[in-house]
Design a protein around this ligand. Structure first.
Ligand SMILES: [Zn+2]
Length: 431
């Protein structure tokens, strides 16, 4: 009993001080933590103060140098440019949201087109994608202003100045004629972003800051550690957005190889500006001045449909070769998609609405009957990969909409119709 009590007592005695000690330790640890956190906060605050100061100084320093570099490389004089340092959130607020109800309507309509062509998943949002893409920017140039996104741009990084060379190239670039189609817009953007990206690489090679220039992706997107932290952008949307930097740079590189900066400069002049993604993807077609064929739009027989203008104020749109390639590559492999999209000669995309219903038609003309047949086969293969149910030959249904595909060997063209009203998509329904 005594032994037991002793034991218990001993244990109690031992236990008690232990408890106290642990409590004390805990308390001390807690206080220490608080102090430590306070110390960290103070030092982090100092660091931020210091960093903000150094950040701005360093950014301004390389900005001035980049300005001199662009002027020297291109033999131009830049206007006075203001450098702004903003946060990622400020960039998203500024550029990542629809600019008004008309813009939102256009984005939602474009989302229906992407979903109708199986380029976007049913639960994805184009508004969100646009915002996510903006959050991935490192820098932007608007008018005579260059903006740096603080969280995404490190002025001490070895490639930081090249990013500014890229942005300052935008400051120099002459403005192009307003594009009237998606395809022409993409081609112009490919020249603009391609040139700026080419200049950044040119500067890197010139100063030998790095041995190897960026190969697949430009440093100003790749170096961003936050890229994976945001809502991931689908491969298809990424490909569409990223094309001007990637294929655009190859295009501009080909111009440089042929005629130096003089030939690149010429591309900004009326009559020399690339007019389609076909010319960007196949630079020989640019040099041969192979232009886009005008394609008619078969009219729906039901006159209840109201033709809806594009966001560029046009009755019809042209999506072009790169868009087609990207659409197919959402479901098929890259080389098969490229192969099937090559031979594109022109297309007419027309969008109609009737209440909550929509109908879009897409008439694509091909260089040869073989090209038309090839696309037709690839598109059918693509449709078989999607979750859409085949209803008849060249007809599929999913999520309350019907899509039909027909091809015409005599005119070497293919015709796609997609609508929430099945009867509106039937080939017999078109004049
Ligand atoms: Zn750019």
């Amino acid at each position: 009993m005594g032994e037991s009590l002793f034991s218990v007592g001993l244990l109690s005695q031992l236990h008690y001080p232990l408890q106290v000690t642990r409590l004390n330790t805990k308390t001390r640890i807690a206080i220490f933590s608080v102090i430590l956190i306070a110390a960290l906060v103070v030092s982090a605050f100092d660091a931020v103060k210091l960093l903000t100061n150094q950040y701005t100084l360093q950014a301004q320093k390389i900005f001035e140098d980049a300005k001199t570099q662009v002027e020297k490389i291109r033999g131009v004089t830049l206007p006075s440019v203001t450098l702004h340092i903003i946060t990622k959130q400020q960039a998203v607020d500024k550029w990542g949201h629809p600019s008004g109800s008309q813009d939102l309507t256009n984005i939602l309509r474009q989302e229906k087109i992407y979903k109708g062509l199986f380029m976007m998943q049913e639960n994805d949002s184009l508004v969100q994608t646009t915002s996510d893409w903006t959050a991935n920017w490192i820098a932007a140039a608007v008018g005579h202003d260059v903006y740096l996104l603080k969280e995404n741009f490190n002025p001490f990084d070895k490639n930081a100045e090249a990013t500014l060379v890229h942005e300052l190239t935008h400051i120099w670039q002459p403005s192009l004629e307003t594009p009237t189609t998606y395809d022409e817009d993409k081609a112009h953007t490919a020249l603009v972003e391609g040139d700026a990206s080419f200049m950044a690489d040119y500067y890197i090679n010139l100063t030998a800051h790095v041995v190897q220039a960026s190969v697949n992706m430009p440093f100003f997107l790749v170096d961003n550690p936050l890229l994976d932290a945001v809502h991931p952008i689908s491969n298809t949307m990424w490909s569409l957005n990223y094309m001007p930097y990637d294929q655009g740079k190859s295009f501009v590189g080909a111009l440089y190889d042929k005629g130096g900066f003089a030939l690149i400069n010429q591309a900004y002049q009326q009559g020399y500006t690339p007019s389609s993604t076909m010319q960007i993807l196949h630079v020989d077609k640019y040099f041969a001045n192979e232009t886009v064929q005008t394609v008619p739009s078969p009219m729906p027989d039901q006159n209840s449909w109201t033709l809806t203008q594009t966001d560029r104020g046009q009755d019809h749109n042209t999506y072009g070769e790169y868009f087609i390639q990207t659409m197919l590559a959402t479901w098929l492999n890259q080389s098969a998609s490229q192969q099937a999209a090559t031979g594109w000669a022109g297309d007419n995309f027309t969008y109609y609405e009737h209440g909550d219903d929509y109908l879009f038609t897409w008439n694509i003309t091909w260089t040869s009957v073989n090209d038309a047949s090839e696309f037709s086969y690839a598109f059918s293969s693509m449709m078989n990969q999607t979750s859409a149910s085949p209803i008849a030959v060249g007809e599929w249904q999913t999520n309350g909409r019907t899509l039909t595909l027909t091809w015409n060997p005599t005119t070497a063209s293919t015709f796609i119709a997609c609508s929430t009203v099945e009867s509106a998509t039937l080939p017999s329904d078109f004049a």
